[in-house]
Design a protein around this ligand. Structure first.
Ligand code: ACO
Length: 321
């Protein structure tokens, strides 16, 4: 028997308001054609004032708990991956804990931007396997619309809001179910290529997203293909063994180029970027939840998760569902 972190349930939450490229083009100098051709994005959800990273995260968490057949009181660890917390402090994870009515447990946030969910999954996996908790809620939740410069058409068309969540449970398994490997990376020398130009300790403001798009694109394809190779090698498996890839949904062209580099057929890649745009730390769990709920990802499938974002940070995980 081996103690592993097993996927017990998934959930998702999207803001009520959905905005199409055409609607966006009425207030930003852009077009549906430009956005679709360069990114594959058609829609994004934008949070209303009463919808926050915390409320969206809690809604996704409730769904994941229900799917896992658990109550909030069963949870011993809550990690929220976000770059857009409700407040500078306390951690949004503690606000989610309060909204769920979960009693005393471990709760904290992880900041690794678009790779945040992969970082959070890896930390939760380590903590579950060393006995810190029996059940963990790992949530990626973002309201990126609050940190977009709506005058900067090169960035504001790319992002959306939303949340995704998983319950991971520590289980003694006698097969290869659960998280089989995770890999994380960061190269801080690239921190000026994708960043927010504000913060409590620098400007005292929230700031706006700034990006060197072409450089991000180039690094994303190289780093994602390489980390997928590493994490599969860790498990002794190959691209041919993978049933589903659930990539970070930044850009259709990055996803296609990465899959091609690894020889992964497009029909095994879960795509939501057309519907959700880039929801940063929420994108992987949102896509995972969709593919679990529509029956594509089934028990026994080998699933690979990957993401890259500001820092640069990037990571990947392999799990048997
Ligand atoms: N609508 C219309 N035209 C636009 C827009 C827009 N929204 N944005 C930029 N343009 C124009 C530019 O002004 C420029 O015009 P010019 O040639 O007259 O000067 C032209 O389009 C080309 O601009 P580039 O920035 O060079 O366009 P590029 O082909 O590099 O595409 C894009 C931009 C889509 C951002 C691309 O670089 C990219 O996908 N990068 C990856 C970035 C990404 O996905 N970031 C997400 C966060 S990181 C992550 O999650 C991995």
């Amino acid at each position: 028997m081996t103690l592993r972190s097993v996927l017990a349930g998934t959930g998702a939450a999207l803001p009520r308001t959905r905005v199409s490229n055409e609607e966006l083009a009425q207030r930003v100098d852009t077009s549906d054609e430009w956005i679709v051709e360069r990114t594959g994005i058609r829609f994004r959800h934008i949070a209303e004032p009463d919808e926050t990273t915390g409320t969206l995260g809690a809604a996704a968490a409730r769904q994941a708990l229900e799917a896992a057949g658990l109550e909030a009181a069963d949870i011993g660890l809550i990690i929220v991956a976000t770059a857009t917390p409700d407040n500078t402090f306390p951690a949004t994870a503690t606000k989610v804990q309060a909204m769920l009515g979960a009693p005393d447990c471990i709760a904290f946030d992880v900041a690794a931007v678009c790779s945040g969910f992969l970082y959070a999954v890896s930390v939760a996996d380590s903590m579950l396997r060393t006995g810190a908790a029996k059940h963990a809620l790992v949530i990626g939740s973002e309201t990126f619309s609050r940190i977009l410069d709506w005058e900067d058409r090169a960035t504001c068309v790319l992002f959306g809001d939303g949340a995704g969540a998983v319950v991971l449970s520590a289980e003694d398994v006698d097969d290869d179910r659960g998280i089989l490997a995770t890999r994380l990376h960061a190269e801080g020398q690239y921190c000026d290529m994708l960043y927010v130009d504000g913060g409590p300790s620098t400007t005292g403001t929230v700031g706006h997203v700034r990006m060197q798009g072409r450089e991000v694109f180039r690094h994303a394809v190289t780093n994602l293909a390489s980390v997928l190779g590493e994490v599969l090698a860790d498990t002794g498996l190959s691209a041919a063994d993978v049933d589903w890839v659930v990539p970070h949904q930044a850009n259709r062209r990055i996803i296609d180029a990465t899959a091609k580099k690894l020889g992964l057929p497009a029909e095994r890649v879960v795509l939501t970027v057309d519907q959700h745009a880039n929801t940063s730390a929420a994108s992987v769990p949102l896509a995972l939840d969709l593919a679990v709920r529509d029956g594509r990802i089934k028990r026994g499938d080998l699933v690979v998760l990957e993401a890259m974002g500001g820092g640069f940070t990037w990571g990947a995980a392999v799990l048997r569902v």
